[in-house]
Design a protein around this ligand. Structure first.
Ligand code: CUA
Length: 341
């Protein structure tokens, strides 16, 4: 099969994109203590604003209802303009007082929420350095013991019920880390480190999205936060710390050779091989991730092959160049990449 035939097969598949289970990405469905605080503040704000809106609307309708009626054939009656309106002073004073009071209530609630957000107990927190790139997310799991540090990309696993500290920074422009079900937004600013602390209480998959316009493919800069039960998280982290498995079959060995001699190895790391570049996402455990290209495509063989052949087709402007490979080379490369569990 030629590459072109393979590509068209793949694209046939793309046109009927399989609707994968959609993970939670909803600020109105909080799944952590931080998100719950923000949700409660949102509800209070909504309540106050709704009451104010209803009151203003009611006053407006009342004013229309009691206004003097006029007819086209009658001369306009402007006599009321000559009379002072002393009775109005009281409603205006009350209106200003109520508005001021409600604004103060919102400011105090805002302040208290902010305080509670910063009071998350951080004992035994998992520390992850998250770096924004145009347009993907690098994640480096920090540890006091250097041998326990590992890197991954676009899919952040955290233990459910345990605090997480994200150290956010950017490699290029300003991005913003936002997983609406878990916490508010936090900007990633080049040259500065921002901290974001949160806790996920319910195991599950939560989608996040870059929330600061960062260039052409800003909308395709998503990520997933996977909250595992603690034991499962430890098992996942232990697997991520291992280097990539050695290729076992001839086909997989040929695939590794393709990886090393094509442009792949110039940008990506696969721990345990000679590929150690850091321009693109770490691929050591690529096959263990659910999505490709920062939440753009499901991680299946077909999408991965199509992505490698022509990334620009799915994500225009991505710094990954097209990689023209023969069908045999592509097949071998796929066989190898599938071993990166
Ligand atoms: Cu990164 Cu928008």
């Amino acid at each position: 099969m030629t590459v072109r035939a393979l590509l068209s097969l793949v694209l046939l598949g793309v046109s009927g994109i399989a609707a994968a289970a959609v993970p939670a990405q909803d600020a109105l469905q909080p799944h952590g203590v931080q998100a719950l605080e923000i949700y409660n503040l949102w509800r209070l704000t909504l309540l106050v604003c709704t009451l104010v809106f209803a009151a203003v609307l009611a006053a407006f309708l009342y004013a229309i209802w009691r206004a003097p009626r006029s007819r086209v054939q009658l001369a306009p009656d402007v006599s009321s303009l000559d009379q002072p309106e002393p009775r109005l002073r009281r409603p205006v004073v009350i209106g200003v007082a109520v508005s001021t009071l409600l604004l103060i209530v919102l400011i105090v609630a805002d302040f208290l929420t902010d305080r509670r957000l910063s009071q998350l107990p951080l004992k035994d927190a998992v520390r992850i350095e998250v770096t924004g790139h145009m347009w993907w997310w690098g994640a480096r799991y920090l540890d006091d013991e250097p041998s326990r540090i590992f890197s991954t990309a676009n899919e952040v696993h955290v233990p459910a019920g345990k605090p997480v500290i994200l150290k956010l920074n950017s490699a290029d422009v300003i991005h913003s880390f936002w997983a609406p079900s878990l916490h508010g937004k936090k900007d990633l600013i080049p040259g500065r480190t921002a901290l974001l602390q949160f806790r996920v209480d319910k195991p599950g998959v939560y989608r996040g999205q870059c929330a600061e316009f960062c260039g052409f493919e800003h909308a395709l800069m998503a990520f997933t936060v996977v909250a595992d039960p603690p034991a499962q998280y430890e098992a996942w982290a232990a697997r991520q710390r291992l280097p990539a498995p050695q290729p076992a079959t001839e086909l997989q060995k040929a695939g590794l050779a393709v990886f090393m001699r094509s442009t792949c190895a110039m940008c990506h790391t696969v721990a345990g091989t000679d590929a150690g570049a850091r321009l693109g996402p770490d691929l050591t455990h690529l096959a263990s991730r659910g999505m490709l290209a920062s939440g753009t495509l499901p991680n299946t063989r077909e999408y991965l092959a199509a992505w490698i052949l022509d990334p620009q087709r799915f994500k225009k402007g991505t710094s990954m160049p097209p990689t023209p490979l023969s069908a045999a080379d592509l097949n071998a490369l796929m066989a190898y990449l599938e071993t990166l569990k």
